[in-house]
Design a protein around this ligand. Structure first.
Ligand SMILES: Cc1cc2nc3c(=O)[nH]c(=O)nc-3n(C[C@H](O)[C@H](O)[C@H](O)COP(=O)(O)OP(=O)(O)OC[C@H]3O[C@@H](n4cnc5c(N)ncnc54)[C@H](O)[C@@H]3O)c2cc1C
Length: 398
């Protein structure tokens, strides 16, 4: 693996930096750096700025309006955007559905949906999980019954992230009960404004309702919204999940969270000295930094392999586990660092224009919220236990 950057790659990094310095609104980067809540409009604003520059479809080929960047350029872009505290890009349309449509969608679906994803015309959400079908996704029960040129959909999805903002949902639906459970699943695109679709919020432990239940009662979906072939949805679903998991590694997020932790540990006191000088706390920070450096190297190895034309396989499971465990450990240490200020959890103060004051210093405010919110990291996108099963089978051949 060659870790030196070429002159072109260094010039690209400079270009990304100056773009961010010029175009990333300070209002947004202040919110991200301060751990404040982003609104739908905030996400849309940054999405539009990147789209205008042509830097939105970072995993997309040029023919579909993407950047056509290679793995190293994508890595540089991710490093620089997280360093500059840019909002994350909501992944459902761009990183999940987009690649599926490019590989398995019809020409009409590609021509219709891909530009709409880039332009922000559609906000997509992911309708995979159901009560009773999370890790065991093949158990999905939501049915889609073909009637003429339509499917009639009935059932319930759960944990639908940001479904309250979405106008479109991609769903796994059961179209056959014959054979193995995996062989009767199809991949369907559903307009959430269709009569019979109901979205109900689920309030999480951090006080936010970023996930939802989505109910379907006799929802009429045009047959042309089927992606690929009927009953072949499992193949497309798995392809999408590989993209979802690699995205979850989040080296950039962990790096900026760690530097925030170090800043806090330098400001907080322990026994009359900065916390960062406390040997027990310093040892814990050092351990997580070592883990992060090791994971960043694994990430670079995967990038180097991808740059050499090898598609990531079970490595995405490895990165998902390490990335999420490291971020949760940093969250736990941050909460520990702010000590008693982690107790009064004034969640509303994270909203712009909130009429309530945080207790303690500003940097303490998001510590508890992030800690609670990021419990999800080791669960969604396929729980870490299940990723370990994948590794044991696919890499260790156990
Ligand atoms: C905040 C959040 C957001 C989410 N967003 C979305 C979304 O937008 N769209 C969507 O479709 N889904 C979403 N999910 C759902 C997520 O993908 C599932 O929660 C996840 O796949 C786990 O499924 P489950 O909740 O049914 O747990 P279960 O599968 O019931 O698992 C319960 C426990 O058993 C363990 N377990 C299960 N099977 C095995 C096994 N074979 N070996 C070892 N251990 C096992 C699990 O690891 C877990 O600890 C989200 C979840 C959360 C928490």
């Amino acid at each position: 693996m060659d870790l030196t950057y070429t002159d072109d790659q260094k010039a690209f990094r400079d270009e990304v930096r100056s773009f961010l310095a010029e175009k990333l609104p300070k209002r947004l980067s202040d919110k991200v750096a301060g751990g404040k809540r982003l609104t739908k409009e905030d996400y849309e604003e940054w999405h539009a700025i990147l789209n205008e520059k042509g830097w939105l479809g970072v995993t997309w080929p040029k023919e579909h309006g993407g950047t056509g960047w290679d793995a190293v350029e994508r890595h540089i872009f991710e490093e620089e955007t997280t360093r500059a505290a840019a909002p994350r890009i909501v992944p459902f349309g761009l990183n999940m559905l987009g690649p599926v449509l490019m590989k398995f969608g019809s020409k009409e679906q590609q021509a219709h949906y891909l530009p709409r994803i880039l332009n922000g015309d559609d906000w997509w959400c992911q309708g995979y999980s159901e009560p009773g079908a999370g890790s065991d996704l093949a158990s999905v029960k939501t049915t889609a019954v073909r009637e003429g040129d339509h499917y009639i959909v009935n059932g319930q999805k759960t944990w639908t992230t940001l479904g309250q903002y979405a106008n479109m949902i991609f769903c796994l639906v059961r179209t056959s009960k014959d054979g193995k459970p995996q062989e009767g699943i199809s991949f369907l695109l559903i307009d959430m404004d269709t009569p019979g679709v109901t979205v109900r919020p689920i309030v999480l432990i951090d006080g936010e309702a970023e996930v939802n239940e989505v109910w379907f009662e006799d929802v009429k979906v045009p047959a042309e919204n089927l992606v690929g072939e009927e009953n072949k949805g499992w193949t497309y679903a798995k392809y999408l999940l590989t993209h979802e998991r690699t995205n979850i590694a989040g080296v950039g997020f962990a790096t900026s969270a760690l530097s925030n932790l170090k800043r806090i540990a330098g400001l907080e006191q322990s026994g009359g000295k900065p916390l960062i000088e406390n040997p027990f706390f310093a040892a814990k920070m050092a351990q997580v930094e070592i883990d992060l450096m090791a994971m960043a190297t694994t990430n670079l190895r995967t990038i180097a392999a991808a740059a050499a034309g090898n598609a990531p396989g079970a490595e995405s499971s490895m990165l998902k586990i390490k990335g999420t465990v490291i971020r949760q450990e940093i969250n736990a240490l941050t909460r520990q660092a702010v000590g008693p200020y982690a107790m009064p959890f004034v969640s509303e103060a994270l909203d712009e224009g909130a009429n309530v004051s945080p207790v303690g210093p500003d940097y303490a405010l998001p510590a508890t919220q992030s800690y609670f919110n990021n419990r999800k990291l080791s669960i969604y996108g396929g729980s870490n236990e299940v990723q370990r099963q994948i590794i044991s089978k696919a890499i260790l051949e156990l």
